[in-house]
Design a protein around this ligand. Structure first.
Ligand code: PLP
Ligand code: ZN
Length: 478
């Protein structure tokens, strides 16, 4: 891929545009740029909606389900293709992503203090690679196919690389996966996927932020297609998570969407989805957005909550962020949380997330590893398992409930971003009886024993002992 840029034609229905309104450089949709070639800012995908055929009602999308033998209508991403119309339909990549579930979760709702029927969990762990990342990959691989890319790369805390590996292995367009991971920073479930699906896996000494820095250099140097969430096409795919939430609510927006914040791709995509739906007159009420950091990676919460960073019509005071990063570097601060998928101190989509927070009257909070692990155990006990990062959404909703920001009667959707089996180490350490393992995985992070642990009962291999234990421990609960 060459790096010479042509600007768009007036006739383009979809194009790429620099997020900085003072620059607003535009690029044709089939260009490959993961930063503005003029000012280096993020790139946004923009549509000329007035000239595009968009369904008059959201319920028109539902009708496509009746035609689900067509893979484009089966896909939970591409069923909504008119709302991300950047590619010809014959270039679309799909592996059947987005068959997800929005489930009323009253046991979890009770834990966080909601009235019955008001808390729902959007379970993105049902995607082919077990996390919401597949929504974005379907769109980014479509763009990669449009531009004829073959080698595709990402830096990852695990799920992006798992999704990348799955899309390369499940398709026949000649894609080769190259993934960069930091040493010791990837949950086993995710590493297992990268290896099993045949990705070239480059493990560097450093953390996610280091791996991210390197993959950008390598992508530049070797002309490899970058699949991190600086890739604006990924966010186009992730918009559809919100479309499916609305679809499952009969197109009635909830009061709140609560989502964990790492690189802030999801929160950014959700905001863009609502901006566009409102612009198109397809919704008239916009949910509020809550983005939840882990306390060990709380850049967004610090910048928004303590430093007053806001969108300011596209011209946020990024000097606030830069001095925050400088201080972080001077202190040698590294992100550290059991929620490895959000263990990120320099969120690449920060600016786009500010736009989402602005449009959706958003709030940001941080939750401790203890709160995350306790919430994760309650989610598991409520029927849908998730990985630690996902439980940050539930822990954050609990915090906002306690603060009175969320009322018990409001309708709340927490996004469960990734599957329970992604990170068995954290789960087994939390529930298990091995004290050394607990200390190593969780105690060292300030998580206390107790919480909601469901301990295995260790019994001698003796029938009477086993029967006594069952009598002792199997009191039916309510
Ligand atoms: C990637 C990921 C996140 C963070 O999402 P961002 O879009 O980077 O903010 C949260 N949870 C899980 C399970 C993830 O894989
Ligand atoms: Zn620019």
């Amino acid at each position: 891929m060459s790096v010479s840029f042509t600007t768009t034609q007036q006739t383009d229905l979809a194009f790429q545009r620099c997020l900085n309104p003072a620059c607003a450089t535009t690029l044709a949709v089939d260009q490959v740029a993961f930063a503005c070639p003029v000012c280096g800012d993020l790139i946004d995908i923009v549509y000329d909606w007035d000239r595009l055929p968009v369904p008059r009602r959201l319920s028109d999308f539902e009708a496509r389900w009746a035609d689900r033998l067509n893979p484009l209508n089966f896909s939970g991403v591409w069923r909504f293709r008119d709302l991300l119309p950047f590619s010809p339909t014959d270039q679309i990549v799909t592996i059947g992503e987005g068959q997800t579930l929005l489930q009323v979760a009253d046991k979890v709702g009770q834990y966080i203090g909601m009235n019955p029927g008001r808390l729902r969990l959007q379970y993105e762990g049902m995607n082919p690679s077990g996390s919401f990342k597949d929504n974005g990959m379907a769109a980014a691989f479509t763009h990669a196919r449009m531009v004829g890319a073959r080698r595709v790369a990402c830096a990852s805390t695990g799920n992006t690389s798992a999704a990348l590996a799955v899309y390369c292995s499940a398709t026949t367009y000649g894609f080769k996966a190259i993934i960069f991971i930091g040493s010791g920073k990837i949950a086993y479930g995710k590493l297992a996927q990268a290896l099993d699906h045949g990705a070239l896996t480059i493990q560097i000494v450093g953390d996610f932020d280091d791996a991210m820095h390197r993959v950008r250099q390598v992508a530049d140097r070797l002309g490899i297609y970058l699949m991190n969430s600086v890739n604006p096409f990924r966010l186009e795919g992730q918009k559809t998570i919100m479309y499916r939430v609305l679809e499952q609510l009969g197109w009635e927006p909830p009061d709140w969407i609560v989502v964990p914040g790492g690189n802030l791709g999801n929160s950014s995509a959700f905001g863009k989805a609502f901006i566009e739906l409102k612009h198109l007159g397809l919704i008239n009420r916009v949910p509020r957005l809550a983005v939840i950091n882990a306390s060990g990676a709380q850049t967004l919460d610090q910048l928004v909550g303590n430093h007053g960073l806001t969108w300011l019509d596209g011209l946020p005071d990024m000097a606030l962020a830069h001095s925050y990063y400088e201080k972080m570097d001077a202190d040698g601060a590294k992100a550290s949380t059991i929620a490895s998928a959000i263990e990120i101190n320099r969120p690449v989509n920060l600016k786009k997330c500010l736009r989402a927070l602005d449009f959706c009257d958003g709030v940001v909070r941080q939750v401790s590893d203890q709160e995350i692990m306790d919430a994760k155990a309650r989610v598991g006990a409520g029927g849908l398992g998730c990985e630690p990062a996902s439980a940050a959404s539930v822990a954050g909703a609990k915090k906002l409930r306690e603060e009175g920001v969320i009322a018990p009667s409001e309708s709340v959707v927490c996004i469960l971003t990734g599957h329970q089996l992604k990170d068995p180490t954290a789960t087994v350490a939390y529930h298990g009886t091995d004290q050394d393992n607990f200390e190593k995985v969780l105690g060292s992070r300030g998580v206390r024993r107790a919480g909601f642990a469901n301990r295995p009962v260790i019994v001698p291999n003796d029938l009477d002992d086993i029967i006594r234990s069952i009598a002792l421990y199997s009191e039916p609960s309510d």
